[in-house]
Design a protein around this ligand. Structure first.
Ligand code: NAP
Length: 255
């Protein structure tokens, strides 16, 4: 099933579109011919992404969306539908790094916060998206992480949330197949975004160096290198690909 329409009217939603992997993917999808609904909890950042797309000759609008709020996610799909009449692709990517804590140190509130954004946020987006794609099919990519494939010392809520995204992706792929809806998970490794290298990052230099040392390609990835996978998964070139998880990790999980 191709997500991309041949008449140049393809429509994609991107959450977490105001920064990092989300912004790079919104720009790359626009470059590939998609009209973009750019959603982020940071409305000004989403606006900036939409402006970049429009300035480059594409079509986009921005919306403040908190993915933990069901009504925000419903409104996002509805607005894309009202404006452009269809939905072909969605990149459910908004997420937070959570807390660098051991399991015994996590409070229940911290656990719930991370699960709410990273896992329930994807669930909230998936439901209206799959309803919207029921007639025409489409492609959905959910951002997990290499921490959805393996354990990580500290940050168990993040690790659990990303394992959950992969499980949710597989179940949704089984359900969507008959309607031509492909659903896949993306598992980035160590990517150079505000989440890892920003001023408020939970990663210090030592942690980042350790991450880089685990990669066969000994550097952080650029967000554009992750976006290239998102574009491929949303394209007709991935027409038989569903229910799978794709690492873009420079070889971290190869060991
Ligand atoms: P980023 O630069 O921090 O971008 C994430 C964006 O999502 C930010 O604009 C953030 O807004 C927004 N956001 C946070 N909570 C939200 C909510 N409740 N509703 C809507 N938007 C929300 O991080 P990134 O590195 O691009 O991460 C994107 C995704 O990749 C995340 O799911 C992350 O877990 C995953 N990932 C990243 C890496 C990495 O190395 N960077 C590795 C594996 C997986 P605020 O800035 O205002 O919070």
């Amino acid at each position: 099933m191709s997500a991309r329409r041949q008449d140049g009217c393809s429509v994609a939603i991107v959450t977490g579109a105001g920064s990092g992997i989300g912004r790079a993917s919104a720009l790359a999808l626009a470059d590939d011919g998609f009209r973009i609904a750019a959603a982020d909890i940071d409305e000004a950042a989403a606006q900036e992404t939409a402006q970049h797309i429009v300035q480059a000759g594409g079509e986009a609008f921005a919306l403040r969306v908190d993915v933990t709020r069901e009504e925000d996610c419903e409104a996002l799909v509805a607005q894309a539908g009202e404006r452009w009449g269809r939905l072909d692709a969605a990149f459910n990517n908004a997420g937070i790094a959570g807390y660098p804590l051991l399991t015994v140190e996590h409070s229940l509130a911290q656990w719930r916060h991370v699960l709410d954004v990273n896992l329930t946020g994807v669930f909230n987006c998936l439901r209206p998206q799959m309803r919207a794609m029921k007639r025409g099919g489409g492609a959905i990519v959910n951002t997990a992480s290499i921490m959805g494939l393996r354990g990580g010392y500290g940050g168990s809520a993040y690790c659990a949330s990303k394992h959950g995204v992969i499980g949710l992706t597989k179940a949704a792929a089984l359900e969507g197949g008959r309607d031509g809806i492909r659903v896949n998970a993306l598992c980035p490794g160590y990517i150079d975004t505000p989440m890892t290298t920003g001023a408020d990052s939970i990663f210090n230099e030592k942690k980042l160096d350790a991450g880089i040392a685990r990669a066969a390609i000994r550097r952080l990835a650029r967000p554009e290198e992750v976006a290239a996978m998102v574009v491929w998964l949303c394209s007709a070139r991935a027409s038989y690909v569903t229910g799978a998880s794709f690492t873009v990790d420079g070889g971290v999980t190869a060991s």
